[in-house]
Design a protein around this ligand. Structure first.
Ligand code: 5GP
Length: 183
């Protein structure tokens, strides 16, 4: 009995550790895989978990996410059509908690008007003001979250950097010791 319980706990622990790596590139697959994992984690053979490698899934998800220039899930968050945990908002930017946090504090900051900024590499000189506002908002958010002494601001740009939502966003991450170099 004790052995069976220990084995179950081990599988659960393995699943929780594996999921952020296995699914972190694609928000939609992340959500669906997350629900599946929650349902089947105790039943899943450990061998299967080990086969979900970070690199293969990140590459697959990066290929799946395409910059169409069209609306994204963030438009629905801006329009408040779907709920989000908003931590800061002004007339230009919106900051809300990431649905799949990679640290105790993980906030996304986005421009309310995308204006072609699907990714940072699309920035033009006219975007200078909003880019500054986004960066400044990251400082405000870090202070509000109590992590101003140590936090990281990340922008994933394009498939090779694992961008999954094509509406420019800053990740503000903190609340634990962060490692360097990042993966
Ligand atoms: P990227 O991988 O493009 O750099 O980051 C996109 C982020 O958006 C991911 O960290 C993902 O967890 C987050 N995300 C995707 N969909 C949603 C959502 O519906 N709500 C929230 N709060 N975050 C989301």
């Amino acid at each position: 009995m004790a052995a069976a319980l220990a084995s179950s706990l081990s599988l659960l622990r393995t699943s929780r550790l594996a999921l952020p790596y296995a699914t972190r590139c694609n928000a939609f697959s992340r959500l669906s895989l997350g629900s599946l994992a929650a349902s089947f984690a105790p039943l899943r053979p450990q061998r299967f978990v080990r086969h979900i490698t970070a690199s293969s899934n990140e590459e697959a998800a990066a290929k799946a996410a395409v910059d169409t220039g069209g609306p994204t899930i963030f438009d629905k968050i801006i329009a408040k059509e779907i709920p989000s945990d908003i931590v800061y908002e002004d007339d230009k930017v919106l900051a809300f908690r990431d649905i799949n946090p990679q640290a105790p504090v993980h906030i996304l900051i986005i421009p309310k008007l995308r204006d072609g900024l699907t990714q940072l590499s699309k920035a033009e000189a006219r975007h200078g003001e909003i880019l500054g506002q986004l960066l400044y908002a990251s400082k405000i958010v870090a202070e509000k979250e109590g992590i101003a002494e140590g936090f990281r601001v990340v922008i994933n740009n394009g498939p090779d950097a694992c961008q999954s939502v094509y509406h420019l966003h800053l990740h503000v991450i903190g609340g634990r010791q962060l490692k360097w170099p990042p993966g």
